[in-house]
Design a protein around this ligand. Sequence first.
Ligand SMILES: [Zn+2]
Length: 338
Amino acid sequence: MRLAWHSGFASRARARLGGLGSIIMLHRVRPDCTSPLGVNRALSISPAFLDQILVSLKSEDIELVSMDEAVARIASGAQSPRRFAAVTLDDGYNDNLHHAYPVFQKHRVPFTIYTAPGLVEGAVVLWWEILELLVAKANFIIAPNGQEWRCTTMFEKRTAFYALMRYFTETLTELQQIPVLRDMCEAQNMICAVAADRDILNWKELRQIASDPLCTIGAHTVHHYNLKRLTSEMVSFEMRQSADMLEEKLGKRPQHFAYPYGSARAVGEREAALAAKEGFVSAVTTRHGTIQAEHRAHMHILPRISINGRFQKLVYAKTMMSGATTPIANAGRRVVQG
Ligand SMILES: [Zn+2]
């Protein structure tokens, strides 16, 4: 990717593939990343790096816009001389308030936080993070299906973590994940929760940040389930109920939606049609890509550019937003649907 930028490929690609702009995807923003096995490191960037990205985008004359404005631009189909970038953050980590918000305020940059009320209220937990803590702590793990993992060395722990991730996302149903995790934590004398300082924004904090016109709150389902693994009725319920709860608690119905996990394994045409039916004006995936004029007809399956915390280098972010990496990620296609 570094080569793509320095060879000038990215700047040539920008005119052709950069399209109308990008929707940037972030999760956590905090000075220190505590991922004991390093497996969730990609989800975390530092406030300093966020600052660098925003400065760089402004210096390139990219307009930093809200999701409302991004949608308006995509829908109008009019070619604006300036490309846009809309910044989005998934899951509503409370570091968004403490560490990202001051950076957005400093630069007067709009942002959208996609929130799942089930996470806010503790009905579900950030299970992939707790699984990491569990494997980091344990020397031996037995899953309810009888599978066993010795995890004394870092290598064994990482192997166990990825095997357990597969077990949780492929063998267990979405509704089984949290009860099974609670049992496994109990067996290790561990509380099934992440520490308060790396946890999720509560309603009071959400109201506080949502009161700033820079902030848009989007819906992210209630229980953060992989929607492709649910019935259509459950998908509609998850979408509608999350919007109802956010409207009730924050006084404003969310217009924008983000699919949990967001990959091709978690969202397809059925989910996009249901998001449209439930009245969201846009829905974003985690699939890689810049926004093209053609996305006007695919407003409920928009791609994003993920800023990976593992590689906090401006050159990578710039290359991705140029669109140079979009055809690579999508096997040559500029617009991916379904
Ligand atoms: Zn999420």
